[in-house]
Design a protein around this ligand. Structure first.
Ligand code: ACO
Ligand code: HSE
Length: 371
């Protein structure tokens, strides 16, 4: 594929911007014309464009990594910013909404060429496809090679895919809370989530933008996902068998009227919260992209695939993660050429620890970015 390199004025900081990156021939055979990528930046690109860092968001994240011109806190608020481990006084930090998303990039709710939302017609987009689109944005920003690409969970998968697809363009790569490929179990959990949405009567094959929306299905998908993001110990310690007072799980007379346990109320809340900020089709599109995660696809065995990259790697895992097991991160690190430490994030919470344990992760990352 030929990419036109266009040097543009460096955009202002902390405001979502939009770049048109052209049409995408997709790995699975489809075509997505006129792709738009939403992105935010922080800091200043230096004269030789050698200080650029790409932060890739996880499944339901947005471009808003940290506050910029606005005061709205980001999802890695203490990790990036002035003086932070990803120091925006030193680095030009970029974050891009994934293709298929609902935070500004082209996704199922975007207008197709006929003006109606893509809906059921939105093509299957893999993480590799998104990386190709992001490389075009990097070209437009004048970034030939990233000082570092980093992310957690799906963000880590995107970072790893960057390092392998464009080895000459990634100098450091931080792969946090994810392995080299989505495992059978991760695909299985993902399928239960996408089916929860697809089986909502309001889903209508994905063509629901006139409303009503498949909110029940999306909320159920989030409940399933959220259980996998938290450890059994965290749920037990936090909620145990407590009722959601004044409700009582053993009162109400009939099954349909019984009160909830606290943990049920908590999951209801998590589901409803996502419904208020996320599009159901995007949830499916991005989840399927994550299912596609496999850096070896079409490339060969893991060590050979990883050897394509000359990047310095940082691999980290949350010790209590029951979705992306630390063993999968160790397996990735063992297959990388040279010595690679697996940094352990000690957190009882489970997978979401990569979002909540910023202190530990920040110290480890600061050292990696300073070396
Ligand atoms: C515009 C945007 O939002 S951009 C996207 C930003 N989000 C992302 O990037 C995704 C990444 N972030 C996340 O997944 C989460 O925010 C995390 C992992 C960082 C933290 O998870 P949280 O849900 O905030 O934390 P936690 O598990 O402690 O849940 C707290 C919530 O549960 C609620 N809760 C706790 N117990 C109960 C209960 N028994 N019943 C009902 N609700 C309960 C709290 O009131 C709180 O509600 P609130 O978030 O509306 O204030
Ligand atoms: N809870 C996070 C982590 C997923 O890996 C999210 O919703 O994006």
């Amino acid at each position: 594929m030929t990419v036109t390199v266009t040097r543009t004025t460096v955009p202002e900081h902390g405001i979502v911007r939009y770049a048109s990156v052209g049409g995408l021939e997709l790995e699975a055979g489809g075509y997505l014309p006129d792709v738009t990528l939403a992105y935010e930046t922080w800091g200043t690109l230096n004269a030789d464009a050698s200080n650029a860092v790409l932060i890739e968001h996880a499944l339901t994240g947005s471009t808003h990594v940290t506050r910029g011109d606005t005061d709205e806190p980001g999802w890695w608020e203490q990790l990036a910013g002035p003086g932070a481990p990803v120091d925006t006084d030193r680095f030009f930090v970029v974050s891009i909404n994934i293709v298929g998303g609902c935070y500004g990039s082209t996704g199922p709710s975007s207008p197709a060429p006929d003006g109606a939302p893509w809906g059921s017609r939105f093509p299957l987009v893999t993480l590799r496809d998104s990386t190709v689109a992001e490389a075009r944005l990097a070209d437009q920003l004048g970034i030939r090679s990233w000082f570092a690409v980093l992310g957690g969970s799906m963000g880590g998968a995107r970072a790893l895919e960057w390092a392998i697809t464009f080895p000459e363009r990634v100098q450091r790569c931080a792969v946090i809370s994810v392995g080299a490929a989505s495992t059978a179990e991760q695909i299985a959990f993902a399928q239960a989530q996408t089916l929860a949405i697809r089986q909502d009567a309001n889903f209508k094959g994905g063509d629901y933008y006139g409303g009503p929306f498949p909110e029940d299905g999306l909320a159920l998908a989030r409940r399933i996902a959220h259980i996998t993001y938290r450890s059994a110990a965290e749920l037990e310690g936090r909620f145990g068998r407590e009722p959601q007072a004044p409700e009582s799980p053993l009162q109400g007379g009939v099954l349909a009227a019984r009160g909830r346990y606290q943990v049920e109320s908590y999951l209801d809340h998590q589901g409803n919260k996502l419904v208020r900020r996320f599009d159901a089709n995007s949830y499916i599109a991005i989840t399927e992209a994550l299912m596609s995660h496999d850096i070896c696809r079409g490339r060969g065995p893991l060590p050979e695939t990883l050897a394509r990259s000359g990047a310095r790697f940082f691999v980290a895992a949350v010790d209590s993660d029951r979705l992306y097991f630390p063993a999968q991160s160790r397996e990735l690190a063992a297959a990388l050429p040279g010595e690679v430490d697996v940094h352990v994030i000690e957190a009882p919470i489970g997978h979401d620890g990569f979002l909540t344990e910023i202190g530990q992760l920040g110290r480890q990352l600061r050292a990696h970015l300073s070396a």
